[in-house]
Design a protein around this ligand. Structure first.
Ligand SMILES: [Zn+2]
Length: 72
């Protein structure tokens, strides 16, 4: 009985996600950052929303308090 020759499966490159330093993440308050991209999680992303926000380069410090103070 002939075994089917199987082509080797293409190597799957798993996406790697930069993980935050646990201590830094523990200190991080997600409310201090605003994200214009909503930090959309990838389906394979194991990180928490807070961790994504901490690492997201699109996020910026929440300066809302200052803005409301000066914008009137
Ligand atoms: Zn973000």
């Amino acid at each position: 009985m002939a075994t089917r020759t199987r082509r080797p499966a293409p190597l799957e490159q798993p996406l790697t996600f930069t993980r935050a330093d646990p201590e830094e993440l523990a200190r991080f308050d997600p409310a201090t950052k605003i994200c214009s991209m909503n930090c959309g999680p990838h389906r394979d992303d194991p990180r928490t929303p807070a961790e994504r926000k901490l690492l997201c380069p699109e996020c910026w410090p929440n300066a809302r308090a200052n803005l409301t103070d000066t914008a009137r």
